[in-house]
Design a protein around this ligand. Structure first.
Ligand SMILES: Cc1ncc(COP(=O)(O)O)c(C=O)c1O
Length: 380
């Protein structure tokens, strides 16, 4: 029994694809403690250092007292909607100037729930090739058709729209704003033009941009002044906010449809009220104070050649990527190898993610080690 699974696992091991869970000793703010070493953590999504900041936790608990339970004990549609959920939804709808907002338990739930519900029989989704697995899974679960266009290739997308749009009823263009594994930013202004020209709805996942980009921290669409042109905007709370959960904001009809038809929303226990309260507290009280730090973080990233705080160091080969992580570990950095299927075959990489506490001079040795590795690669 299970021979086939063992065989697959052995193959994964042979090709440096095997994944395992790490036993960290602890984490605090920008550091992670692992195998007895204190390491600069360059592999978290804790971009604003809210997730494990002792002062923030103490301040929040002081504010929250015992007002918010640790369990919701019900799905939202049953008895799982306490006032704090509605307050967070209303806050986000107001910030984005949209009709309505709906919370999901995670970004994964949100993306699966949106694509699978909205893309009905006779409808179509045009999705960027590098969109997150949750968007892909949502499309796979849907009854509509979907096409994946080459990453950020607006000409290819337009050709696809010319060929296919007329064959479908509702059409959606779906993209991330900051791409999670490449750190580049989608061509959102052109996407807005295309969605208008070809009568599509535009869905933008701001998972890695929410809290980081834009004057108010609302994301890249805020930065570009195009929030009004986005039909559904998704944000997550598990990254810059340092919490858990996600939201989608848009028109009343789309949000009502999701409430009625989105299975990950309907069939899952709501997040704990204490968690919703923390998210709301961070968005209202803490993110507005981070503008300077966020700008500084993005400046450091741009100097390292990235459009965002996510910096891909593409090595190509799985083993060489794992080896570079090991070298960085011995030099005081915690980084992780990102391999297929998370990224396309032959593009294994280290995904560096900065936080607003990362200092430029702390990255000096890391840059040297990466350069050495590139020289070895070129020499081969
Ligand atoms: C672009 C994007 N969307 C959605 C998600 C999923 O969000 P969550 O971790 O809240 O499930 C991720 C997370 O890794 C992501 O990178």
């Amino acid at each position: 029994m299970y021979d086939n699974y063992e065989k697959i696992l052995d193959e994964l091991k042979q090709h440096s694809h095997f994944r395992d869970l790490k036993d960290f000793d602890s984490k605090d703010e920008k550091y992670i403690y692992f195998k007895g070493k204190k390491l600069l953590n360059l592999s978290s999504n804790n971009y604003l250092n809210f997730a494990d900041n002792k002062e923030i936790t103490a301040e929040f608990l002081d504010y929250a007292g015992n007002k918010y339970p640790f369990g919701s004990a019900s799905a939202r549609l049953l008895t799982g909607t306490l006032p704090v959920y509605k307050e967070l939804e209303e806050l986000l709808a107001t910030l984005y100037n949209k009709d309505a907002t709906l919370l999901f338990n995670s970004g994964y739930h949100a993306n699966v729930g949106i694509s699978s519900a909205l893309n009905q029989k006779g409808d179509v989704i045009f999705s960027d090739k590098l969109n997150h697995a949750s968007i892909i899974d949502g499309m796979r679960l849907s009854e509509g058709k979907f096409f994946r266009f080459p990453h950020n290739d607006m000409t290819a997308l337009e050709n696809l729209l010319i060929r296919e749009r007329k064959n479908f009823n509702n059409a959606f263009i779906v993209t991330e704003s900051v791409f999670s594994m490449d750190g580049d930013i989608s061509d959102l202004k052109t996407l807005v033009e295309l969605k208008k020209k070809y009568d599509c709805s535009l869905v933008v996942d701001e998972a890695h941009a929410f809290g980081v980009f834009g004057e108010k921290g609302l994301g890249v669409c805020e930065d570009l002044g195009i929030i009004n042109d986005i039909d559904l905007l998704v944000g997550t709370f598990g990254k810059a906010v340092g919490s858990m959960g996600a939201f989608v904001t848009g028109s009343k009809v789309l949000i009502d449809f999701l409430i009625n038809k989105s299975r990950p929303f309907i069939f899952s226990t709501a997040l704990p009220p204490i968690n919703i309260a923390f998210t709301k507290w961070i968005i209202e009280n803490k993110i507005p104070q981070t503008q300077q730090k966020r700008t500084r973080m993005l400046d450091i990233a741009r100097k390292m050649g990235s459009q965002s705080h996510i910096i891909p160091v593409i090595i190509g080969d799985n083993k060489a990527t794992v080896d570079l992580c090991e070298i960085l570990f011995h030099n005081g950095y915690f980084t992780l190898p990102i391999r297929p299927p998370t990224v396309p075959v032959g593009t294994s990489r280290i995904r560096l993610s900065l936080t607003c506490e990362t200092e430029e001079n702390e990255l000096q040795i890391l840059k040297e080690k990466i350069n050495e590795m590139s020289l070895v690669k070129q020499a081969k």
